[in-house]
Design a protein around this ligand. Structure first.
Ligand code: PEP
Ligand code: MG
Length: 577
């Protein structure tokens, strides 16, 4: 029977395809004793063989669809299956304790994981703990006779249905077959949603129960324009949604005509519209959508898509590719922002009650300086190839910025001493995403070259509402006067101190927020590449002479998010046609 679920529209577009459930099966088991240990060992060996065959197939498919680098992690897994020290130890436990394979596997895996995690002076060995976890999960599934989802094996068009998608799950999706995704959890600014936008995949998140409502292979609609998912649609609904998808594609084609036009208002004022990217691969979208700069390169995806810490050279190559690709237009690269909802399997972080308020971003960089210094060297070397801005995420105090800048200066001095070529006019700026920094923007503005306002975090911290939690998504209010006051204060502080101010949070590409930001004189608008032409088209319709008291109304008269949504909608209706 048809069922419609309401969620959050996370990425534009509409798609209809069979569902692919990316849901882990129950892997719980009971410890039992066995009499015939030889038969149990044989059962275990059969699970090993099946796991090897499965991983070999995944590796081969991943190599073809995603490339050799992405497939490398599976080679590491195969080594474990074939390692007698690991699988042999499990067989020994079965024999010694006369227990079932599941129990022997669990005990042995736990032992290996704690040994690897304990090797705190050897990052490479520490990273192996994640491999043991993966390998054991697969073995356990085979022992229990259940199957794990294997997204790398998808070979036909599907819509991914998941409880939640981590950014690294999202990074592994093959765009050729994955037509969209729907999740139980998440908000518009969760990183999986941001990735969906950069992949131009329609997405609906926060439906609460899609994984319980749809079976593998059943037809689903993902309506990323209206935040709806439809399970088992009737024929007429399929044609309605297919038509809506086609209309949207037509609208997009209209916007595409603006690709090579400058971003100007009706009265001819130019403001930079830039793109947010996660990997050098996103440069295709940057070009196709006519971005005038890269306003945010989230470098953490480079770390997340790698099986170990990326080397200085790996990073240099990625940064250089992006900087060169922009042909002299500015590229703002943000230093690693790990923590919160972004994790590295090979860099264990402490278990935290509130990861978004915890050990994250610049806080990690200032503590684990070897990682930070490597990144800064790679950035400095890449700066020789164009116009680079470096910015630090999650700065909360002047002291944090000063420490980060000092480390940057030290690495720069060392490279210059060695005769390394670096850019002449690198700018060093910061994200404004912690309310403390927004409030003190006038002090920060005296020390930085630019600001980039990160509304995704600034809103969650101002409203005390987790950006990825659908239960409090009603509090995620970009146009709330409190948020707008912080934004305006930041822009004013920048301008009073002669520096530029951009915004790289998702609000920069929001059609309601945009006229307000333009009214405040924000200099640069950095957004998912797919939003650029829609905003450029909106910009062309706005005459800045019409603003008059729009911003004053928004921050001093309006009381709510909704008041401001209406204020902007009335403004657009009155002044643009
Ligand atoms: C932000 O917080 O607005 C931002 C751009 O950073 P991220 O979404 O990566 O946290
Ligand atoms: Mg942020």
């Amino acid at each position: 029977m048809t069922k419609t679920l309401k969620g959050i529209a996370a990425s534009d577009g509409i798609a209809v395809a069979p569902a692919y459930l990316l849901v882990e099966p129950d892997l719980s088991f009971s410890k039992t004793s066995v009499n015939d240990v030889d038969a149990e060992v044989e059962r275990f060996q059969k699970a090993v063989k099946e796991s090897i065959a499965e991983v070999e197939q995944i590796r081969d498919t991943a190599k073809k669809s995603l490339g050799a680098d992405e497939a490398q992690v599976f080679e590491a897994h195969l080594m474990f299956f074939n390692d007698p020290e690991f699988t042999g130890a499990i067989e020994q436990e079965i024999k010694k304790q006369k227990v079932n394979g599941e129990s022997a596997l669990d005990q042995t895996a736990q032992k290996f994981i704690s040994i690897f995690e304990g090797m705190t002076d050897n990052a490479y060995m520490q990273e192996r703990a994640a491999d043991v976890r993966d390998v054991s999960k697969r073995l356990m599934a085979h022992l229990l006779g259940v199957s794990l989802p294997n997204p790398a094996l998808i070979d036909h068009e599907v819509i991914i249905v998941a409880h939640d998608l981590t950014p690294s799950d999202t990074a592994q999706l093959n765009k050729k077959y994955v037509k969209g995704f729907i999740t139980d959890l998440g908000g518009r600014t969760a990183h999986s949603a941001i990735m969906a936008r950069s992949l131009e995949l329609p997405a609906v998140v926060g439906t609460a129960e899609i994984t319980k409502s749809v079976k593998n292979g059943e037809t689903v609609v993902v309506d990323g324009l209206n935040g709806k998912a439809v399970v088992a649609p009737e024929k007429d609904e399929i044609s309605k949604f297919t038509q809506m998808g086609a209309d949207f594609a037509k609208q997009k084609a209209e916007w595409k005509k603006l690709r090579d036009q400058p971003s100007v208002t009706k009265d001819g004022k130019h403001y930079t519209i830039a793109a947010n990217i996660g990997t050098p691969d996103d440069m295709t979208g940057v070009r196709e959508n006519g971005a005038e700069a890269v306003g945010l390169y989230r470098t953490e995806f480079l770390y997340m898509n790698s099986a170990e810490l990326p080397t200085e050279d790996d990073q240099f190559k990625a940064y250089k590719a992006v900087i060169e690709g922009m042909n002299g237009k500015q590229v703002v690269i943000r230093t690693m922002d790990i923590g919160g909802d972004k994790h590295l399997p090979y860099l264990p972080l402490p278990e935290e009650m509130n990861p978004f308020l915890g050990y994250r971003a610049i806080r990690i960089s200032l503590k684990q300086q070897d990682i930070f210094r490597t990144q800064l060297r790679a950035l400095l070397r890449a700066s020789a190839y164009g116009k680079l801005g470096i910015m630090f995420p999650m700065i909360g105090t002047l002291n944090e910025f000063r420490q980060a800048k000092k480390i940057y200066e030290e690495e720069k001095a060392k490279l210059l001493k060695k005769g390394t070529k670096i850019g002449q006019d690198i700018q060093v700026g910061m994200m404004i995403e912690v309310p403390a920094a927004a409030i003190l923007a006038d002090q920060f503005a005296k020390e930085v070259d630019f600001f980039s306002i990160g509304t995704n975090d600034l809103i969650q911290y101002t409203m005390a509402a987790d950006r990825g939690n659908e239960h409090v998504s009603y509090l995620y209010q970009p146009y709330n006067p409190s948020v707008l006051r912080l934004v305006k204060h930041t822009i004013d502080a920048a301008h009073q101190n002669g520096i530029w101010c951009g915004m790289c949070g998702e609000a920069a590409g929001d059609s309601v927020m945009f006229p307000l930001l333009l009214g405040m004189g924000l200099d640069e608008y950095s957004m998912s590449a797919t939003s650029i032409l829609r905003i450029r088209s909106q910009m062309k319709k706005i005459d800045t002479n019409d603003f008059k008291d729009l911003v004053d109304q928004a921050i001093n008269v309006s009381e709510t998010n909704e008041d401001n949504a209406k204020l902007v909608s009335d403004f657009m209706a009155k002044h643009t046609k």
